[in-house]
Design a protein around this ligand. Structure first.
Ligand code: NAD
Ligand code: IPM
Ligand code: MN
Length: 352
């Protein structure tokens, strides 16, 4: 019997609600599959920032490093600029723990209506491999000459061969285990340095995967095609920013932001990986008790899969799928229902 210790950062907005709701399903599944999960909660986030001037303590990463994995709810608060909160908590964990694979599945579940016409459950099923440590999020740049007409801002993107190669390779590996098609998203028509470099990496790594068919697509066309023909995608690989944008599109075409899970994965033993819903702190619905907890539950499923607890991962995923396929089950308003977070999770616990 394995014991896992998981760091839990509920964070801001609806983060705490979806985190505590989804944790109830974790207890149920661990019990059933005979392992134990000890969670340790960290009250890091914007309340802490407003109180003490920092989103997390100076030794925050050292403290998280002890755990088998990290679960995060959401970060972001209307009273503090987002670049302060995100650079104070979420982004340093992704980068500090070298979680270079941001894996984001987009599945249209049975029983869920896509806003796009003509798709049924199972028709849309793709996964985005988003580069997660560099690219447009490299945090290189600055502002000069504030207050003058000639004020400037520079925000550079950094693409290293190693950084690009490893995410592209991870995506090729995923494609070999799925339908064998990889779509590489770039903007090489306009960004002749970074994105042509990216294309070169894809071409070189692709030589090792002759069985995978590679499609290259420009990001603007990808945004269009995720709406026009979402059923044709299998694995997509994209830079940090492009992957961010396209996974919100993916979440919506598969029903809701409230259903989209993600993993920030460091594949080695050196650091823990972190799992979180794709959505943010949703200030527009905070405190109403209606946040959809399923993106969080599916993120726990990804966490258990990463820990090698495949049965527990499948049980969580399938319980969500069963619930969504059941027209009489409670649903939150983002899915057209009128149930609250608690009712959805109570029903899920029964299914587990
Ligand atoms: P958001 O994802 O918080 O919300 C977008 C829309 O989706 C809102 O209408 C919201 O109500 C809805 N929504 C999101 N999650 C939902 C859920 N579980 N159930 C039902 N509806 C849900 O994105 P935003 O409004 O652009 O950002 C709000 C804040 O969150 C900002 O501070 C932003 O920086 C932050 N953010 C954080 C993360 C993160 O922590 N990983 C991700 C995205 C945005
Ligand atoms: C996400 C979010 C974050 C990102 C923000 C909040 C920094 O949008 O996880 O998708 O851009 O990665
Ligand atoms: Mn995003």
């Amino acid at each position: 019997m394995s014991d896992y210790s998981i760091a839990v950062i509920p964070g801001d907005g609806i983060g705490p609600a979806v985190t505590s709701a989804s944790e109830e399903t974790v207890a149920a599944v661990a019990d059933r599959f005979g392992f134990s999960v000890e969670t340790t909660a960290f009250d890091w986030g914007t309340e802490r920032y407003l109180d003490r001037g920092a989103m997390m303590p100076d030794d925050g990463l050292d403290r998280l490093a002890e755990f088998d994995a990290v679960f995060l709810g959401a970060v972001g608060h209307p009273d503090v600029p987002d670049h302060v909160t995100l650079h104070g908590l979420l982004l340093p964990i992704r980068k500090g723990f070298d979680q270079y694979i941001c894996k984001r599945p987009n599945v249209l579940f049975d029983g869920i209506e896509s806003p796009l016409r003509g798709y049924e459950g199972g028709d849309i099923d793709f996964v985005v491999y988003r580069e997660n440590t560099e690219g447009e999020y490299a945090d290189i740049g600055g502002r000069e000459h504030a207050g003058f007409d000639h004020e400037t801002a520079v925000q550079s993107a950094l693409f290293t061969w190693r950084g690009t190669e490893r995410i592209v390779r991870a995506a090729f590996e995923a494609a070999t285990e799925r339908a064998g098609t990889l779509t590489s998203v770039t903007k090489s028509n306009a960004q002749a340095h970074s994105m042509v470099f990216w294309d070169d990496v894809v071409a070189e790594v692709g030589e090792e995967y002759p069985e995978v068919s590679v499609e290259r697509i420009l990001v603007d066309a990808a945004a269009m095609d995720l709406i026009r023909r979402p059923d044709e995608f299998d694995v997509l690989v994209a830079s940090n920013l492009f992957g961010d944008v396209l996974t919100d599109v993916g979440a919506q075409v598969t029903g809701s932001m409230g259903l989209a899970p993600s993993g920030n994965i460091h594949p080695g033993e050196a650091y823990p990986s972190m799992f979180e819903p794709v959505h943010g702190s949703a200030p527009d619905i905070v405190g109403e008790g209606v946040a959809n907890p399923l993106a969080a539950v599916l993120s726990w499923s990804m966490l258990f899969e990463d820990l090698g607890e495949d049965d527990a991962a499948a049980a969580l995923w399938n319980a969500v799928a069963d619930q969504l396929a059941d027209a009489s089950a409670p649903r939150t308003p983002d899915l057209g229902g009128d149930a609250g977070t608690e009712a959805v999770v109570a029903d899920l616990r029964d299914r587990l």
